[in-house]
Design a protein around this ligand. Structure first.
Ligand code: PMM
Length: 283
């Protein structure tokens, strides 16, 4: 099973798909926005996710939902740092979900052990150079532009080939900036500059992305394409009722041997991965 180098020891030896629990310390993320504004509530929720089976907690302070506007660097720092400090003290593996180098720097200084950059280094020109100075994993997601315009950036000749080629080119940019290829995990960016229908071929033809030979993280949890799939009487399924569909994707991703899934409801995906893992290890 491919994994990025630079992981903490306890995660390196697990030999199964990892579960990254989502902690959005934002007022406006599409699924959990507003629930974890208070640092104590956010910290307790993260600790509960760890009990439920999360291997990594991915902390984000800036919503990337379609249409969202940027916040200030200071506001992002103020949201994430108290939670990172509290969790790092408890020995939790933390990933910082940010497109900004200042936030990545402060988060790593406070104890984060990997950087999850949904822009893959395209948003902040300083990001890749900074990450090159670390030894941590770097999650490089497919990104075509900021959230307020990404729904207009969905022209593809062939979404699977184009996403794969664009990720491959950006990996080369990251490597040229000094990041060891072994440290990079890639992510096709479900819902980012993709129409609802464009997400399905990416999941169906994962073998194309796998040909890049890099560990893959999948972030499909509760996203709009699942709500649209489960539409009833013209009404898409609510984001907090997309859990079984999310678990189905986690199960399929684990069966393919992906490195990690990024999910809101840790327990259901973690249980599903335990089943897949048990079957895989049965002689
Ligand atoms: N999706 C969101 C935020 N961060 N990071 C990675 N690597 N992959 C994703 O798919 C991803 C991400 C947006 O969804 P959220 O509101 O659930 O955080």
């Amino acid at each position: 099973m491919l994994q990025p180098s630079g992981l903490p020891d306890n995660l390196r030896n697990l030999d199964r798909t990892l579960v990254m629990g989502v902690l959005n310390v934002t007022p406006d993320s599409f699924s959990d926005g507003g629930r974890f504004n208070d640092p104590d509530i956010a910290t307790n929720h993260a600790l509960q996710m760890i009990k439920d089976g999360a291997d990594i907690i991915d902390i984000g302070g800036e919503s990337t939902r379609p249409g969202s506007e940027r916040i200030s660097v200071q506001a992002e720092l103020d949201r994430v740092l108290p939670v990172i400090s509290a969790l790092a003290d408890s020995g939790v593996a933390i990933s910082i979900d940010t497109m900004r180098v200042e936030v990545a720097q402060a988060a790593v200084a406070a104890g984060a052990c990997m950087v999850n950059d949904v822009s893959g280094g395209k948003s902040d020109p300083e990001m890749l150079g900074y990450v090159a100075s670390l030894n941590t994993p770097y999650i490089l997601m497919h990104w075509r532009g900021p959230s307020n315009i990404m729904n207009t950036l969905t022209d593809y000749q062939d979404v699977v080939a184009d996403v794969t080629n664009e990720i491959s080119k950006q990996v080369e940019v990251a490597v040229a900036a000094g990041i060891a290829r072994e440290r990079i995990a890639i992510d096709p960016g479900i819902g980012f500059a993709k129409t609802v229908d464009q997400n399905w071929p990416i999941l169906k033809h994962l073998d194309v992305l796998e040909e890049l030979g890099l560990p893959i993280l999948m972030g499909a949890s509760r996203k709009k394409f699942l709500g649209e799939l489960l539409v009833k009487d013209g009404v898409p399924r609510n984001s907090d009722e997309r859990e079984s569909a999310t678990t189905a994707i986690s199960t399929l991703m684990a069966a393919r041997g992906l490195w990690a899934v990024r999910v809101h409801d840790v327990k259901s995906s973690s249980d599903a991965i335990a089943v897949v893992d048990r079957i895989a290890k049965t002689p």
